[in-house]
Design a protein around this ligand. Structure first.
Ligand SMILES: CC(C)[C@H](C(=O)O)[C@@H](O)C(=O)O
Ligand code: SF4
Length: 774
């Protein structure tokens, strides 16, 4: 008798299914997390929460931490300690706090003095920490990058960081399945960055909302891992929860020999490859959304506006409001043109630049630097440029590039050659744009003020940024380097060898990686900041003024700009809320035109947005913290960025989805008239000031239950400890390579030796001589 036929599954379905610890009837799922990456910006409040509740990190062996966002990218020649090296006080505090936390909780950490340090989404894959079929999370929206390995990887907020640290699980629900199939051959000068910019141009920044995108098709299959990572990286800009690519031989070749991957050709490696090979979508698998793209329609692409969907081919012109049908889009276009200082109809190639930035977790891998260097070689950057920077994604990328002489090509051309970090991608460190400066950037976000208050960002690929640097304007790389074939088409070898720098003995390893176990139970610091350990405030009925907003795609950079992310507390962010809009630029004077500076909205408890996609972009939980601190506990909008949506619930706030139409208009009308409204969560209705019902709303049962009762997620999950434990036993049996066996084994009795340290070689196979000292 044939066994019961299983319905066809997608890649996402398979990985998700293999991580379910517990499933409730209402669809709430406790999901096991295999890999947790941690950085300095989104973790301090999470560790503080653990301390306050006297909790430990459940799986230090599955957790890897580094500093990347805040650090200067200047030379580290004179580095002695982080505390002395970082001049800016708040940045220093965040980095030093992470150092204390990794020591106290016994975590593996790549600090400033470690050549493996780098952007969190670059070091995970580089070390083989990211593996196919795993669940990977980080308090960072671009965690989607790791989906390139066939991992289910997504960004989370700080409350969820704390949840994962404490329980190694997350409470979640199934996402929709979306397929983006890209077929054909990429034309010369066109790379994976152009694919993803083009896709976002087609589907929009809310196109992937609520979905996990599987990228497939002949063009995707031909891409290297680096190129696939650039695509999955920007799934978040397409509004998706995550992006994934089915693992294949290219994936396995990339992973072979990485320190944290199973040892090459061992029985474990073979077992892992067999499992990884099964992670393909079944032929008849169903997708909720399907998008087909033909490579012949993709040209080198650049952004013109302040949203990643504002893209045109480099041969195009700046669009105007007449190019859009939708009223929201017309308004967004007018606003973007004004911010960007552009006139409709201007040829893109006539736009003059001030700065060029080649870096970020999208495009700072070795392949990106090689491609850019090919365009730049033997040329000089244009004299009108004030600054052109290359910021490698990790210390290892930097070393590899230097061993190939790429640094020389760049510096000869007039570029600065920097140390690894996030740098001008978001400018939390000193690398920023001045107001009105215009930058060609290989990063992923062109939001207002993203690279510096008033700064203007144009997104593009590394070869296009390199071409722009030479010309001094946005430029078509095909004119400059007609032979440039897409680097992304080349099938990769393991060229960037992973090192275990400075570890020569077991003692070194202990020094670097292991904190004594007793440190983990350090008593709680006293603090007034709320944390999940302290429980959540209850939400039942809320009556108050609602502030009306008509803007689309209000991103979390706008809700709270980067300069306010340097806090290690959750409180006190109310004055920073909508900072760039709320105050006259460069002053602390209120902008009288901004709604929250007007009566009665200074006392608003609710925010009503008639445009879609509220809270898109970064995972910063500082956005709900700022709203909360201002006094806003409920947001009403047609749709949300996924991570922001989650983050609000974790803070006892209610984000309501009300589709465009009569009900939303009625709420907005009450808001604009300055009349109070009432949000009744138990009854799921909204009433006007007279008590007349003006809208009904849906809310997930479990979330409602937690809000109404003020329940703490972590406490709830801890009650399922036995289920987590038995899931872990199964995991050890079926996927033994997932118990951290590299730097910090879970059940180690003595120091762990790091196996599989390959000899570093250049792309021509020549052995690199050690050491390249700073
Ligand atoms: C700081 C962090 C929360 C943020 C993110 O989640 O994306 C950052 O990496 C960004 O790119 O804006
Ligand atoms: S998007 Fe930019 S700031 Fe965010 S992790 Fe990547 S490099 Fe860092």
């Amino acid at each position: 008798m044939p066994s019961a036929v299983k319905p066809p599954q997608t890649l996402y379905d398979k990985v998700f299914q293999d991580h379910i610890v517990e499933e409730k009837e209402d669809g709430t799922i406790l999901l096991y997390i295999d890999r947790h990456l941690v950085h300095e910006v989104t973790s301090p409040q999470a560790f503080e929460g653990l301390r306050n509740a006297g909790r430990k990190v459940r799986r230090p062996d599955c957790t890897l931490a580094t500093v990347d966002h805040n650090i200067p990218t200047s030379s580290r020649k004179n580095l002695t300690t982080t505390a002395k090296f970082i001049e800016e006080a708040d940045s220093r505090t965040q980095c030093v706090t992470l150092e204390e936390n990794v020591k106290d909780f016994g975590l593996t950490y790549f600090g400033l003095g470690d050549k493996r340090q780098g952007i969190v989404h670059i070091i995970g894959p580089e070390q083989g920490f990211t593996l196919p079929g795993t669940t990977v999370v980080c308090g960072d929206s671009h965690t989607s990058t790791h989906g390139a390995f066939g991992a289910l990887a997504f960004g989370i907020g700080t409350s969820e960081v704390e949840h994962v640290l404490a329980t190694q699980t997350l409470i979640t629900r199934r996402s929709k399945n979306m397929r983006v199939q890209v077929d054909g051959q990429l034309a010369p000068g066109v790379s994976s960055k152009d694919i993803i910019l083009h896709v976002i141009g087609v589907i929009g920044t809310a196109g992937g909302t609520g979905a996990v995108i599987e990228f497939c098709g002949s063009a995707i299959r031909s891409l290297s891992m680096e190129a696939r990572m650039s695509i999955c990286n920007m799934s978040i800009e397409a509004g998706a929860r995550a992006g994934m690519v089915a693992p294949d031989q290219i994936t396995f070749d990339y992973l072979k020999g990485r320190p944290l991957a199973p040892k090459p050709d061992s029985p474990e490696w073979k077992k892992a490859v067999a499992y990884w090979s099964s992670l393909k979508s079944d032929e008849d698998a169903k997708y909720d959304i399907d998008v087909f793209i033909d490579c012949k329609d993709i040209a080198p692409t650049v952004s013109w506006g302040t949203s990643p969907q504002d893209v045109v081919p480099i041969t195009g012109v700046v669009p105007g409001p007449d190019n859009f049908q939708d009223e929201n889009k017309k308004k967004a276009c007018i606003r973007a043109l004004e911010y960007m200082g552009l006139t409709p109809g201007t040829p893109m190639q006539d736009i003059t630049l001030d700065k060029v930035f080649i870096g970020s977790c999208t495009n700072a891998r070795i392949e990106d630097l090689r491609a850019a260097a090919r365009v730049v070689e033997g040329k000089k950057i244009a004299p009108n440029l004030k600054r052109a920077m290359i910021v490698p994604g990790s210390g290892l990328v930097k070393r590899q590039a230097e061993s190939e002489g790429l640094d020389k090509i760049f510096t000869d051309a007039g570029f600065e050659w920097r140390e690894a970090g996030c740098s001008m991608c978001l400018g939390m460190n000193p690398d920023i744009l001045s107001p009105q400066e215009r930058c060609a950037s290989t990063s992923n976000r062109n939001f207002e003020g993203r690279q510096g208050a008033g700064g203007r960002t144009h997104l593009m690929s590394p070869v296009m940024a390199a071409a722009a640097a030479i010309v001094g304007k946005l430029a078509d790389v095909r004119k400059l380097a007609p032979q440039t074939t897409s680097a992304s088409k080349s099938s990769p070898k393991v060229e960037l060898n992973a090192h275990t720098e400075d570890i020569e003995s077991d003692d070194d390893l202990d020094r670097l990686l292991d904190a004594p176990a007793d440190r983990q139970t350090r008593p709680a610091n006293s603090t007034t900041a709320p944390s999940s350990g302290a429980g959540m405030p209850k939400f039942t009925t809320l009556r108050g003024f609602a502030a009306p907003f008509e803007i689309s795609n209000i991103d979390t950079d706008a809700i709270i700009p980067k300069q306010f992310l340097k806090t290690i507390k959750r409180s006190g962010l109310g004055t920073a809320l909508f900072h760039a809009w709320r105050y006259i630029p460069g002053t602390d004077k209120e902008n009288p035109d901004f709604v929250l500076n007007q009566e009665p909205y200074r006392k608003a408890k609710i925010l009503v947005c008639t445009g879609p996609n509220f809270g898109c972009g970064s995972s910063r939980e500082h956005a709900p913290w700022a709203l909360l601190d201002f006094g806003i506990t409920c947001v009403i909008a047609p749709s949300y960025g996924d991570i922001f949506f989650n983050n609000t619930f974790k803070n006892g706030m209610l984000p309501l989805i009300i589709p465009p139409g009569e009900a939303l208009n009625a709420i907005a009308a009450e808001a604009k008239a300055g009349r109070e409204i009432e949000v009744d969560l138990p009854a799921q209705v909204i009433r006007d000031a007279e008590g007349k019902e003006i809208a009904k709303f849906e809310v997930e049962e479990f979330r409602k239950h937690c809000l109404v009762n003020g329940l703490d997620d972590i406490g709830l999950t801890m009650a399922s400890a036995d289920k987590i434990e038995s899931f872990e036993q199964k995991r050890t049996r079926e996927w033994p390579w997932l118990d951290g066996s590299g730097y910090l084994a879970r059940h180690r009795s003595g120091p762990v030796k790091v196996d599989a340290v390959p000899v570093p070689t250049t792309n021509r196979g020549e052995v690199i001589k050690e050491p390249l000292e700073w």
